[in-house]
Each structure stands twice: as structure tokens, then as C-alpha cells.
Design a binder for this molecule. Structure first.
Ligand code: ANZ
Length: 844
């Protein structure tokens, strides 16, 4: 019989794993070194799909690998079970989000079992459990005490469809990340976390992760934080007592400022226009309404015509007293820098476009034709460094429409004249500081983290609004502040929190005075839940603290964090931020949560990402029955490098199926006993086995999983050959090869591996068996003597590896000194190579 009932094998081992929980992490008595392996936990919206199958396979490979390597491995699973997808699905189906969520979680758990994932099932968590979200509330209070949680009235991104606030990161090209609706701006009072206090550390600590995180992700984090270095410069405004400050990266160009621009949607603009004429106020109002409908992307795009309104007010240039007309224009953003800029049209393209549209003066203050030592000239220069045939007049930005942004020497700039850009910036800042009109400054693109959500299915914000207008925290001993029942509440988005409708829940008393008071009705962004969950896995049931500091000392930070690149910015940034806060609180002794990060590619079907919303899912549950978990796992691991996308229609499950049957048959055919003496086995098969033992660890650590599967296939084929036409089934080398196959196959196809292990006469579980070390004497390459002929005469002999390929052999022959001497100045016109024995060159 050459067929195996793979589904029965799968069920048999799953039942045993469930019964014995063999992959539970060892406790304090366990002295092995530790590894914390974690997959980004799933949202329970619907069942798992093939995208999950890929990501959680890689998690399982890494976890199983470290167990075989002798580590005490922590590999937990939980659910990110609050949030919009669950709530929207619940609204569409008229179901209770709680029931719907937990039903999905139950399905996920079943699916993970069926997939053979080696989790520590004793550490499950769901973020929607009060036992979990209680600690979100605790965390909120700690941030509040430190001044890191605060309320602010500000224009927020508003999704008119979901009727909720979105973080900047949840707005993709001006559209809601979840539903695709065009996002608008709206003013609301919201809770924020002061992540900007950590901007420098979040940026600088990325250096620690170089080489351990994908370069792309590090770069995305850097760009998102976006540090700019420059100066804050104070301008007097005619008819206004207070000065206005602008941020500029080019304080050297201050003498070239010819006008001033404020963001139309800034408080400053509203204030300035009060003193303007009635017609200006009307034009401004119309303009403002138009701008408020624009997205940030539109506002920053460089290829649309510049628009704006002159406010009939003037700013005074602090260095030369020039009167600069003040305009309101949408290309200046209200929430970057100070929401106002000094415009230097000669040297800034946006300012130049604006100046040309509204006929404003352009004043050149950097001579970009002047040579700068050490700089690469962008224009042709003669040997004295003098530009050839170029005259600054020909480059006049007012005529060419091209701003002069390059380096050069300052002109028309008083004390700065003659300096290079770099020196002029430093000097300008010095002068401003001396005059008390400015100072060195730094700006970040990063904004504070808006955490209020007007949704039901999230962690209630544990704050109370008193009658006399104070805001007080719910005392720690009253946590968790539980969500009320959804029953009877209108969950449909309407711009205010559904919790506001739960009168009994909202009405409370002031914890200090006992007077009637109201609870905050908003819930937290679910990114709060996922910003610290990796710590909760260390002591998941603990009713007394968020996580155990001593367990964190033992396990954290996470050694390998695995998940999709869609979380490259937000989730990772927030987790990094909260980690630093917890470090500052003295609760943990590390500052980065994830030591290495692995991003997998996507699983595509018909060219697009497999997802519920696209309706192109390959059903996970069905594929666990046919073709079965191990087949899906092998096919997935073999499909290509981890970071590449997988085109599911190109993946062959029949190939994977045949390979697994071959492996089982090999184990079945072994006739030697467990006390076989390896050394007596066939040396050439042993070499294949030991080379794989030696190479696999490095390959797994470099996440070259597909290469390991290919090498396993090679080993199984070599073993088959030895059984059928070589040493025979009783040879100890055959048993050794089958045992090693089972152990390494366990990373990819654990059910098949356990079955092989049993066929070979062992007790369960192979998942706990230590890696066998490779015998170094078997790793030495066998060598042969190759001859090199030139025009039929033997000119050299070479000692080469038996496995050498044609190209390498030819390269060695060409490089050989004796061959070179024999050739003299003759040219090789033809080379015939037969590896590993002969190279034959013909010359002209
Ligand atoms: C004068 C100037 C002259 C500037 C020059 C640039 C070149 P990054 O690198 O992104 O930080 N700016 C400042 N606040 C702004 C706002 N709220 N909206 C739009 N633009 C703003 O850019 C900083 C530069 O962007 C600042 O330096 C300012 O223009 C502009 F030849 O000041 B600059």
C-alpha cells in the first residue's frame, strides 16, 4: 500500500498535542536559554485565510526551530478582538459584537489547531476581555499622571461613513483606510498620547535595529517621524502686539523673504482677518470653506495651481525691516511647525510657484553659480572654477520658474554675504539668537497620537467629567471600567459615542465629592491594545498587575516578531513608544520591544491580495481537510522567499503531497533498529544528511525556508535511491537519514514528522527532540583531479570538489598560473568543460 491517510494522521497528532500541550513554555525551573517568538496577533473578523496561513506558518517554523536547537521557547497566541471590523460586521448582521467576536475567536482557535501551530495554549488572551482591557485603562492612567495623555480641541480626520475619527495613518491618499470614503476635517475635543515627546528617541533608537529589521521598515519609520533641523524666527506683525513665529530649514535665506503665508485653517489666520476689510473677510471665508474640503495630500501636491487670499496685513522682516504682505494659502499646513511660513520664492519651489501666480517679488540671495569647495559643481566650470557661459541672470527664478535650491554663496544678505549655505545657516541662527529674534529649532512630521474613538467596541476611557468642569480619573481600584451590554444601544455611527446612549452607564458620581458626574463616552483606539500585548503574554492571567516585571526580565524583548508589512508604521511605532514609556516608569529594562522583525510577502490570487473584502479567499477550513495542513504548509514554505508575494494559483499542492508521501515511505521502509551504529552506514548518503544538518540552522536563521525544503527533498530522494539501488533498507545511514528528515521536516510538516518518528520506533513528540550535530569529518568535500588542456596538450591539473559546477571549474582553470603562462598572449576562442574532470581550451 503506497497511500497514507494524511487526514487521519493529522487528526491523530492534533488530538495528542491538545491533550498534552507539549509546546508550553518552560517555567522558572527550566534552565535552558530562552527565545520569545511572536506572530502579530490576528483580528477575529471571519475565519483565517491563506494570508494568515503564510504568516503563522513562518511563526511556527521559527518556534519549532528554536525548540529543536535547545531553547525554552515562548510562542503564544491571542486575539486583537476589539475594533471596527468586528463592530461593522456586527452592525451589518444585527448581531451583538461580543457574541460575534467570540464566535470568530472560537473558529480561529479551531483553525490554528488544525494547522498544527505549536502554541503555548495556556497563555491565550483576548483584548476585549475585561481582564485584559483593564490594563489598557491602567496604562492610560499612568500616561495621564505623566502628562502623556491630554485632551485637545483640534481638527481631526473624520470618516463621514464610519462616523469616526481616524489617525493620520488610517487615512490613505485622503480616503478612509477601512471603507474608502473621502476623509474630511472636523473639530473635536479628543484624547491624545504625547508620542511627540519621544520623537528623538523613536528616531535615534532605530539605529539599534539596523540589520535586524527590514531596511524598508526602518526607513518608513524614519520618514514617518520626519525630523527637520532649522530655526524658529519671530516676526512682528503690523497692528498686532504679539509676534508670530515661523519654522524654517533655511534661515540663511531670510534676506530673500518677500512675503509671508499662514495656513487658512489656523487660529492665526482667523485672528488676522478680523482686522481686515469686509470684502477680504468674505473672500477669506469662502476660501477657508473650500480648503476644509481638501485632503492633506491635495494640499501638499506640487502640481496643482497655487491658490490663496491676501489678508491686507503685513509682517516685518526682522533682519531688514521689509514689509512682507501676509497671504493665506492652502499649501501651508496648520499643524506643521507654527502654521505660518516666511516665503522665499527665489529658493523654495512652492513659494516661487505662488509668487509667480500672484505677481509677488522674487529676490535671489544665494549665488548658486559660485563655486563651493568640496561640493560637486552642478554646472560646467573652467579650471579656475569659474562657471562657463552661465550668468546668474539666466538662472533668475522669476523668469525660469525654477527655484535655486542648491548650494552656493550668499549675496544681498548683509553680514552673511560670501558664506556657503551651511555656514550661513549657522551664522544666521547665531545672529537671530543674539538679537533675541529667533533660535535653533527642530520639527517633526510625527503628530501626537489621537486615541479617542466614537465607537462602542473598544476600551472605555477611564475618565470622569464633573459638573464643575474638572476631569478626574476613575480610581485604579475601580478598574476595570467595563463596557455595558450592547443590547438596546444604537451602535450605528452617528458622530457621537454609542456609549453616550447608555444613560445608566454614563451617569456616575465624582469620586472626590460624590456629586453627580458623567463618564467619558469615548473608547480607545485599538492600537493601544496592541501596543503592549506582548508583555501580557508573560503573565496572562495575573489579576494584580499588567505584566510581571520578573517575567519580562526573563523573556522580553521579543526575539523574533513576525507579521505583515502593513503594520510597518503604526503598530510598530506605538509599541516602540509604549515600551519606552514603560522603561521610563522603571518596569522594564529594555527600550525596543522587538529585537528582530520578519515581514512576509502577501498571498495573491489572480494578482490581488487575498482578502475578505475582495471575495477571493481560498477557504482555510476546507483546505485543512483537502489537501490537508501539512500539504498547505509545505507548498507555502516552498513557494519562494519569505518576503516575496506568493501567487496561490502557481502553487502546486500535488508536488507537496507527493513529497510528504515519499518521506513517509522512507520511514516505513527502514529495517535497521534504533541501536544502529551510524558510523557503519553508507558514507555518501551520510554526507548528504550531515551537510543538511550543518546548513539548515543558518538557512532558517536567514529565513531561507524554501531552500531548506528543497534540501529536504534532495535528502529524501537520496535516501530513496540508497534503499532501492544502493546500501539497502537495513543500512544504518538510511535510518539516520530518515530520522534527520523527520526532525527537520517537523518545522514544516509536523504531523507527517511525528508519524515518521513513530514509524521509526520512538515515543512522541519529535517537536521536542534536540538537533543532532553534524559530524565534521563528513562535511569535508570529496575531491578529484581535473586536467586542463590547451589545444590538446595537458598544461595543468587542479584538485577540485567532486560537486564543482561547470562555471566554477572553468573559472579556476582560467585563473591558474600555469595555464596563464602556457597561454602567453594567445586568446582562448573555445572552452569545453566537463565537470569535475576536464577543461579543454582552444586558441587562435
Ligand atoms: C523658508 C525657506 C526657504 C524654506 C527655502 C525652505 C526653503 P521640512 O523639510 O518639511 O521640515 N514650512 C514650514 N512650516 C510649514 C507649514 N506649516 N506648511 C508648509 N510648509 C511649511 O520643511 C520645512 C520648510 O517648509 C520650512 O523652511 C518652510 O519653508 C516650510 F529656500 O522656510 B522654509
Amino acid at each position: 500500500d503506497d497511500r497514507f491517510d494524511t487526514y487521519a494522521i493529522q487528526q491523530k497528532w492534533q488530538a495528542l498535542w491538545t491533550e498534552h500541550n507539549p509546546f508550553r513554555a518552560g517555567g522558572n525551573e527550566d534552565t535552558r536559554p530562552r527565545k520569545y517568538v511572536l506572530g502579530m496577533f490576528p483580528y477575529p473578523s471571519g475565519d483565517l485565510h491563506m494570508g494568515h496561513a503564510e504568516s503563522y506558518l513562518y511563526v511556527d517554523i521559527v518556534a519549532r526551530f528554536w525548540r529543536h536547537r535547545g531553547y525554552n521557547v515562548l510562542n503564544p497566541i491571542g486575539w486583537d478582538s476589539f475594533g471596527l471590523p468586528a463592530e461593522n460586521a456586527a452592525i451589518q448582521r444585527g448581531a451583538d459584537p461580543r457574541e460575534w467576536t467570540y464566535a470568530n475567536i472560537a473558529q480561529h482557535k479551531k483553525s490554528f489547531r488544525e494547522y498544527g501551530s505549536s502554541y503555548d495554549w495556556s497563555r491565550i488572551l483576548h483584548t476585549s476581555d475585561p481582564e485584559y482591557y483593564r490594563w489598557n485603562q491602567w496604562l492610560f492612567q499612568r500616561l495621564y499622571e505623566r502628562g502623556l495623555a491630554y485632551r485637545k480641541d483640534s481638527p481631526v480626520n473624520w470618516c463621514p461613513n464610519d462616523q469616526t475619527v481616524l489617525a493620520n495613518e488610517q487615512v490613505v491618499d485622503g480616503h478612509c483606510e477601512r471603507c474608502g470614503a473621502v476623509v474630511v476635517k472636523k473639530k473635536l475635543t479628543q484624547w491624545y498620547f504625547r508620542i511627540t515627546d519621544y520623537a528623538d528617541r523613536l528616531l535615534d533608537d532605530l539605529n539599534q535595529l539596523e540589520g535586524f529589521w527590514p531596511q524598508k521598515v526602518i526607513q518608513m519609520q524614519r520618514n514617518w517621524i520626519g525630523r527637520s533641523i532649522g530655526a524658529d524666527i519671530d516676526f512682528e506683525i503690523e497692528g498686532r502686539a504679539e509676534k508670530v513665529t515661523v519654522f524654517s530649514t533655511r534661515p540663511d535665506t531670510l534676506h530673500g523673504a518677500t512675503f509671508f503665508v499662514v495656513a487658512p485653517d489656523s487660529d492665526l489666520a482667523a485672528e488676522l482677518v478680523v482686522e481686515s476689510g469686509a470684502d477680504v473677510r468674505m473672500r477669506f471665508q469662502d476660501y477657508l470653506e473650500r480648503v476644509q474640503r481638501e485632503t492633506e495630500i491635495e494640499r501638499q501636491s506640487t502640481d496643482r495651481p497655487k491658490t490663496g487670499v491676501f489678508l491686507e496685513r503685513y509682517a516685518i522682516n526682522p533682519v531688514n525691516g521689509d514689509r512682507l504682505p501676509i497671504w493665506a494659502a492652502d499649501y501651508v499646513l496648520a499643524d506643521y511647525g507654527h502654521g505660518a511660513v516666511m516665503a522665499v520664492p527665489a529658493h523654495d519651489q512652492r513659494d516661487l510657484d505662488f509668487a509667480r501666480a500672484f505677481d509677488l517679488p522674487v529676490k535671489v540671495v544665494v549665488d548658486t553659480t559660485a563655486p563651493i569647495t568640496g561640493a560637486i559643481p552642478v554646472i560646467e566650470v573652467d579650471e579656475d572654477g569659474v562657471p562657463v557661459g552661465i550668468d546668474l541672470d539666466d538662472l533668475d527664478p522669476a523668469k525660469t520658474g525654477v527655484a535655486l535650491t542648491g548650494d552656493g554663496r550668499m549675496i544681498n544678505s548683509g553680514p552673511l554675504d560670501g558664506l556657503s549655505k551651511r555656514n550661513a545657516i549657522a551664522r544666521a541662527i547665531e545672529e537671530l539668537e543674539k538679537a533675541g529674534r529667533g533660535r535653533a529649532a527642530k520639527n517633526f512630521r510625527l503628530r501626537d497620537w489621537l486615541i479617542s474613538r466614537q465607537r462602542f467596541w473598544g476600551t472605555p476611557i477611564p475618565m470622569i467629567h464633573t459638573q464643575d468642569g474638572r476631569i478626574v480619573p476613575v480610581p485604579d481600584d475601580q478598574l476595570p471600567l467595563r463596557l455595558p451590554d450592547a443590547e438596546g444601544l444604537d451602535l450605528k455611527p452617528k458622530g457621537t459615542s454609542p456609549l453616550g446612549g447608555a444613560t445608566m452607564w454614563v451617569e456616575t458620581t465624582d469620586p472626590e465629592t460624590g456629586e453627580p458626574a458623567l463618564r467619558d463616552a469615548d473608547t480607545m483606539d485599538t492600537f493601544v491594545d496592541s501596543s503592549w500585548y506582548f508583555l501580557r503574554f508573560l503573565s496572562p492571567g495575573d489579576p494584580n498587575e499588567a505584566f510581571s516585571t520578573s517575567e519580562a526580565d526573563r523573556w522580553a524583548p521579543v526575539d523574533s516578531y513576525i507579521g505583515g508589512v502593513e503594520h510597518a508604521i503604526l503598530h510598530l511605532l506605538y509599541a516602540r513608544f509604549i515600551t519606552k514609556v514603560l522603561y521610563d516608569m522603571g518596569l522594564i529594562d529594555f527600550t525596543e520591544p522587538f529585537s528582530t522583525l520578519i515581514n512576509q510577502g502577501m498571498v495573491l490570487l489572480g494578482g490581488s491580495k487575498m482578502s475578505k473584502s475582495k471575495g477571493n479567499l481560498v477557504e482555510f477550513a476546507a483546505s485543512m481537510v483537502d489537501p490537508g495542513a501539512d500539504v498547505v504548509r509545505i507548498a507555502m514554505a516552498f513557494a519562494g522567499p519569505v518576503e516575496d508575494d506568493i501567487h496561490w494559483e502557481d502553487v502546486s499542492t500535488t508536488g507537496a503531497q507527493k513529497f510528504l508521501a515519499r518521506a513517509l515511505r522512507v520511514a516505513q521502509d527502514v529495517t535497521s533498529t534504533k541501536d544502529a551504529v551510524w558510523a557503519e552506514g553508507d558514507a555518501s548518503l551520510r554526507r548528504v544528511t550531515h551537510r543538511l544538518l550543518a546548513d539548515a540552522p543558518g538557512l532558517v536563521e536567514q529565513t531561507k525556508f524554501n531552500v531548506v525544503v528543497a534540501r529536504l527533498m534532495e535528502l529524501v530522494n537520496a535516501t530513496r535511491k540508497a534503499i532501492d539501488t544502493g546500501a539497502g533498507p537495513a543500512d544504518p545511514a538510511v535510518r539516520e537519514a530518515a530520522e534527520v528528515t523527520a526532525m527537520i521536516l517537523d518545522l514544516f510538516a509536523p504531523h507527517t514528522a511525528e508519524e515518521m518518528w513513530e514509524m521509526l520506533g520512538y515515543e512522541p513528540f519529535i517537536g521536542l527532540v534536540g538537533w543532532r550535530s553534524a559530524d565534521p569529518t563528513l562535511l569535508v568535500e570529496e575531491s578529484v583531479t581535473a586536467v586542463v588542456q590547451i589545444d590538446g596538450k595537458v598544461r595543468a591539473t587542479l584538485e577540485v570538489a567532486t560537486r564543482i559546477d561547470q562555471a566554477e571549474l572553468e573559472r579556476l582553470a582560467r585563473a591558474d598560473e600555469r595555464v596563464r603562462r602556457a597561454l602567453g598572449d594567445r586568446e582562448i576562442v573555445r572552452a569545453v568543460v566537463r565537470a569535475p574532470k576536464v577543461v579543454s581550451f582552444s586558441t587562435k
